[in-house]
Write a new protein. Structure first.
Length: 140
């Protein structure tokens, strides 16, 4: 939940170019917009210290992405009994890869940012919660 909140906060404060790009999505030919270079940016590795002081909003997504990954990793390592439970951890690691690529200056298409920053963690964490809920419901 904190990851989604930080992503929404980041997009509302720093990612208005992405919102403008997506609202101008041409429904007849959406591929051009989705394959265009993403306007989302994160501070470079060299600028992290300055960014932490001047614009902490930029660090909300990377920090909460790490928290999401570590928390899912710890729970799956302790309680996961099937190999498929590790897919939740893989889905939670995707945003860290996207953020790392952005911090290194690697250009990414909008579709990669949407899938990596929104879809993968939502499906991974949501699937985890559903799976745990099913287990708890069945074991009562």
């Amino acid at each position: 939940m904190s990851y989604l909140g930080s992503l929404g906060w980041y997009v509302a404060r720093e990612g208005m170019a992405l919102v403008a790009m997506l609202t101008s999505l041409d429904t007849a030919a959406p591929a051009a917009t989705l394959l265009a270079t993403s306007p989302l940016s994160f501070p470079s590795v060299a600028a992290l210290q300055t960014t932490a002081v001047t614009s902490p909003t930029m660090l909300a997504v990377p920090v909460t992405a790490i928290v999401l990954l570590v928390s899912l990793f710890a729970v799956v390592k302790r309680f996961g009994h099937a190999w498929a439970t590790w897919l939740y951890v893989v889905a939670a690691a995707v945003p860290i890869g996207i953020v790392a690529a952005a911090m290194l200056g690697v250009p990414r298409p909008v579709a990669v940012d949407l899938l990596g920053l929104a879809v993968c963690p939502v499906v991974g964490a949501g699937g985890f919660v559903v799976d745990v809920g099913r287990y708890l419901w069945a074991s009562r």
